[in-house]
Design a protein around this ligand. Sequence first.
Ligand SMILES: Cc1ncc(COP(=O)(O)O)c(C=O)c1O
Length: 453
Amino acid sequence: MSVSTAAVDQSVCAPLSVLGRDVTVPLVTGGDVTHAALDYAASAPALQRVWDDVAAYAPYYGSVHRGAGYLSQLSTDLFENARATVAEFLDCRTSDQVVFTRSTTDSLNLLAAVLPADCQVFVFETEHHASLLPWRGARVTCLDAPRTPHEAVETLERALAGRDPHGPALVCVTGASNVTGELWPVRDLATAAHAHGARIVLDAAQLAPHHPVSVRDLDVDWVAFSGHKLYAPFGSGVLAGRADWLQQAEPYLAGGGASRKVTRREDGGVSVEWHESAARHEAGSPNVIGAYAIASACKALTEAGFDTLVAREQHLIEKVRAGLAEVPEVRVLSLFGEDAPRVGVLSFVVEGWNSSHFAAALSAEYGIGVRDGLFCAHPLLRTLLGTDPQTQGECGAPEAAPGEKSLNAIRVSFGAGTPDEHVERFVTAVRELITNGAKWTYRTEGGRCVPAV
Ligand SMILES: Cc1ncc(COP(=O)(O)O)c(C=O)c1O
């Protein structure tokens, strides 16, 4: 995957318009400030364009697939066109299927449910739990965290070498880490998988909002992503890729929409013929607005141009990295080395600070929304922190005295809607908090730090 990181002309590259950009939040120290949403890796704000498209469609909303009325037919067309738009966005093969799901988690659980019998699954321990856990019903091999992209490919090759190349196997890999933001060598991993008769699914939850994803170029068998991380927070996700395993398996959910014909048998039972199309795994009433919103986001990002979006994001990443590099108490977490290519996601620890306390102060005193904890990637955090991580810490009690290891981390993440001011404010806040300490006092409530008002 080649991406341009050329210098940006800021005048032609303003952030995309997102909802919430003018929302103000109160500071504990007095006054209001516009909220700096720097937790895109969890959920990105809706693109204004997506919101407008959904609002324009809303009066025409109708049930899809089974309604005879005009609005049902219109909604059915929009739903099926959304599939085509997603297929184009992902540069799918013509034979691929696009299934609308609820999220990346749902997509990967769907794939896990259709694995052929005796399928072996290979997954790195560094994955988000959504990529790590769905395969537990299969024969799973969990691979050690690699320290370079090259080592990732070597590790996979070694693991695959011993297996029966005729038996089914699946490799699951994340395109960009939700913790370090680092890009994984997806194409090389796909080559290694295919050379050993295995298939590969790409968890593009963090990649798709930041980079073009081409199923053909990357040569992956499936891709999964979530609408709410792609500026379309209307409850939909996608699993796109090879049709055969999907068509051969029992439906993910049994019910209306997935079935072509249902008959009562003479023995009192019920027989059913399932659809072979994507509808097989979309039983129940589909989330047409969610699908339409994803399609709208795909179009908006494509029209904005990924070269431009990537260049702007790299400019923001450099600002954050340069700012954090000036603070010796901050350690940015990385598997592949600090200079490894990444998307706008960085996690770090602050010597002497409890991460929850630090994140609470960023919010309460600066109006900055980041995330702290273990980011649903416990084994990866264990490797990065070099200690047994903990989701929570006692507020105020420094979790890591100088020289000690941190028990969890802080994550800052941003994207197409982030103005420079948000990352500048963040860098200033980090420096001020470390130099001067928090201005307010905080207490622990439900395992989290909150301002002691
Ligand atoms: C890399 C990665 N994969 C999967 C997921 C799960 O996404 P969702 O919660 O939308 O199912 C996330 C969420 O943070 C993620 O970062």
